[in-house]
Design a protein around this ligand. Structure first.
Ligand SMILES: Cc1cc2nc3c(=O)[nH]c(=O)nc-3n(C[C@H](O)[C@H](O)[C@H](O)COP(=O)(O)OP(=O)(O)OC[C@H]3O[C@@H](n4cnc5c(N)ncnc54)[C@H](O)[C@@H]3O)c2cc1C
Length: 458
C-alpha cells in the first residue's frame, strides 16, 4: 500500500500519539491542556463497543505512581469506585502452610482494577478533554522523524499526517520505535522464557482482600481478587524445556496432570481447571530495553514501547503513567522541547532499567517457595524490624513512594552487601543474636531498602 500523499485535509495536529492504550490515553490527557491539540491514532477498534475479549491480564494493580497520574487527571475517584483494595499477599506453600505478607507496614493497600474498565474510563476522559481526539482503526505504519509525520493505514488506503511532534505509546512491538532504530538506536526486544494462561478462579474459597500465589519451583500460579469476588488467576510456566513447561505437555491431559502435580490445592479450588487449561490461550511475555527514547524536539517513546517489563512487580503501567507525568514536568521546566525531551530521557531510562530488572528477578522470588532457614533472608528480616526507618521493604518503596526505582535498586544492592558482610564477619550465629548485639554490629550509614521473600508479586 503506498501513501496517498501528505494529508493535511485529515487535520494538522500539534501532537500525534501512536497508540490509545492505557499510557497513550494518560499521555494525551497530560499533554493537551499544556501543549495544544493531540490526536491519538489507535490500530484497534474502539474497545468500549466490544465485549471484553482475551488479552493481557484481566486485572492490573495500581500503586501510588499510577494513582498520582489518575489524580492529576481528575479520574481517580471514578477509577477507585471500580477497584478492590488488596492489603497483602498470601503464599500458599507446597507443604500446605500459608504465609501472609502485608504490602506495607502501615496497612496501605494496592488496588486491583479490571484493565478493560480502567481503559474505558481513560478513553472517556480523553475523548471529553478539549483538544484531544481519538481515531480508532488507524494503524501507524511508519514514522518520519524529520518532517515529522506518520503514515497511517486506514482500511484499504494509507495517508500521511504531518504534525509538530510524535509520541510513541504503541506497546512492546512499537512501530514508532522502529523509526529510532532506523537511526541507530539499539532496542532489545526479548521474549521471556515464560508463558502464561489466564485462569478464572471462583469466588468463595480465598480471602478477597489479598493476592494469593502458589510457588512451585519452576512454575507459579497467582490470583488477584476482582470486584465481583471472583479472582483473576494466571499460571506462569516456562514455554520450553523439561516439565513443568508448556512444551513438555504433549496433550491437554498432560497439561492437567502437570498442573495437578504442582498445584494440588488449586484443583479443588477451580473445579473446571482441566477445561480452562485446555481452552485458554497461552500468551508470551516480551521485554523491551531501548537505549534512546527521544529524537531532537519531535519524538519520544513512553510506556511499553520503551520499557516493556515482566509483570511480577505490577509496575509496567504504573511506570508508564509516571513517564507521562515526568515528560510534562520536564517540558514545563525546559526552555524548549529539545531540552525537555532530553531531560525526560535522562530522568527515565535508568529508572525503567531498574524496575525491569526488579520485575524479572521477582519471578524467581515468587516461584520458589521461601527458604525460611536461609541466613541472609532471616538477617534481612531482622534488620528491617530493628531499623524500620533505615531498611524499608523494597516492594513498599516501589509501590507506595515515587522514589527513583534506580535508587531503590542501588539501596537493595547495598543491603545485600551489608548482609553478606555481617555474615562474613560474625558468622551465621548473628542471625539469632539478641537485638542489642545485632544493633551494635550493624554499621548504619544511609537509609536503604530491604528485600526478602517478603517482597512478592503485586
Ligand atoms: C500478565 C500481565 C500483567 C500485568 N499486570 C500489571 C499490573 O498489575 N500493574 C502494572 O502497572 N502493569 C501491569 N502489566 C503491564 C501493563 O499491562 C503494561 O505496562 C501496559 O499495558 C503498557 O501500556 P502501553 O499503553 O504502554 O502499551 P499497550 O497496553 O501495549 O498499548 C499500546 C496500544 O497501542 C496500539 N498500537 C500498537 N501498534 C500500533 C500501531 N502501529 N498503530 C496504532 N496503534 C498501535 C495497541 O493496539 C494498544 O492499544 C501487566 C502486563 C502483563 C502482560
Amino acid at each position: 500500500m503506498r501513501p496517498s500523499g501528505t494529508d493535511r485535509a485529515q487535520g494538522y495536529t500539534d501532537t500525534v500519539i501512536v497508540g490509545a492504550g492505557l499510557v497513550g490515553a494518560v499521555t494525551a490527557l497530560y499533554l493537551a491542556p499544556r501543549f495544544g491539540p493531540v490526536t491519538l491514532l489507535e490500530k484497534r477498534a474502539d474497545p468500549r463497543g466490544e465485549p471484553g475479549g482475551p488479552g493481557r491480564s484481566l486485572v492490573v494493580m495500581l500503586s501510588s505512581r499510577g494513582w498520582r497520574a489518575l489524580s492529576d487527571l481528575g479520574v481517580a475517584d471514578a477509577v477507585r469506585r471500580m477497584c478492590v483494595p488488596l492489603y497483602g499477599r498470601s503464599a500458599h506453600l507446597p507443604d500446605g502452610r500459608t504465609r501472609v505478607t502485608p504490602y506495607s507496614r502501615d496497612g496501605q493497600p494496592i488496588w486491583a482494577v479490571e484493565r478493560r474498565r480502567l481503559h474505558h474510563i481513560l478513553l472517556d476522559a480523553a475523548e471529553a478533554a478539549p483538544g484531544v481526539r481519538i481515531r480508532f482503526g488507524r494503524r501507524v505504519r511508519s514514522v518520519d522523524l524529520d518532517e515529522p509525520a506518520v503514515v497511517v493505514e486506514d482500511g484499504h488506503s494509507s495517508h500521511r499526517i504531518t504534525c509538530r511532534r510524535i509520541l510513541g505509546c504503541d506497546g512492546a512491538h512499537s512501530a514508532a520505535r522502529a523509526a529510532l532504530e532506523a537511526r541507530g538506536t539499539r532496542a532489545e526486544v526479548r521474549r521471556l522464557e515464560l508463558a502464561y494462561q489466564e485462569i478464572d478462579v471462583p469466588a468463595g474459597r480465598l480471602d478477597p482482600t489479598i493476592t494469593h500465589y502458589w510457588p512451585s519451583g519452576n512454575a507459579m500460579f497467582a490470583a488477584h481478587p476482582l470486584p465481583s469476588g471472583k479472582l483473576s488467576g494466571s499460571l506462569f510456566m516456562r514455554s520450553d524445556g523439561p516439565a513443568p513447561s508448556y512444551a513438555a505437555a504433549r496433550s491437554d491431559h498432560d497439561l492437567y496432570e502437570m498442573f495437578a502435580a504442582h498445584f494440588p490445592e488449586l484443583t479443588g479450588i477451580i473445579p473446571d481447571i482441566a477445561e480452562q487449561l485446555a481452552g485458554k490461550a497461552v500468551s508470551t511475555l516480551t521485554t523491551v530495553r531501548c537505549d534512546r527514547w527521544v529524537w531532537r524536539d519531535t519524538f519520544a517513546l513512553l510506556g511499553d514501547s520503551s520499557h516493556a517489563m515482566a509483570p511480577f512487580m505490577g509496575h509496567g503501567m504504573n511506570c508508564g503513567f509516571e513517564d507521562a507525568r515526568v515528560l510534562v514536568d520536564c517540558l514545563d521546566a525546559s526552555a524548549d522541547w529539545e531540552a525537555g525531551l532530553a531531560a525526560y530521557e535522562k530522568s527515565r531510562t535508568e529508572d525503567a532499567d531498574a524496575i525491569s530488572r526488579l520485575s524479572y528477578r521477582h519471578y524467581f522470588t515468587m516461584a520458589n517457595p521461601p527458604r525460611e532457614e536461609a541466613a541472609a533472608a532471616v538477617l534481612r528480616g531482622r534488620l528491617t524490624a530493628l531499623f524500620p526507618d533505615r531498611f524499608v521493604p523494597l516492594y513498599e518503596r516501589c509501590a507506595f513512594t515515587g522514589e527513583s526505582y534506580a535508587s531503590i535498586l542501588r539501596d537493595d544492592q547495598r543491603l545485600d552487601r551489608l548482609v553478606a558482610d555481617l555474615l562474613a564477619r560474625h558468622g551465621n550465629e548473628l542471625v539469632s543474636a539478641p537485638d542489642n548485639r545485632l544493633r551494635a554490629c550493624t554499621p548504619l550509614t544511609a537509609p536503604t531498602t530491604a528485600t526478602s521473600e517478603d517482597s512478592a508479586c503485586s
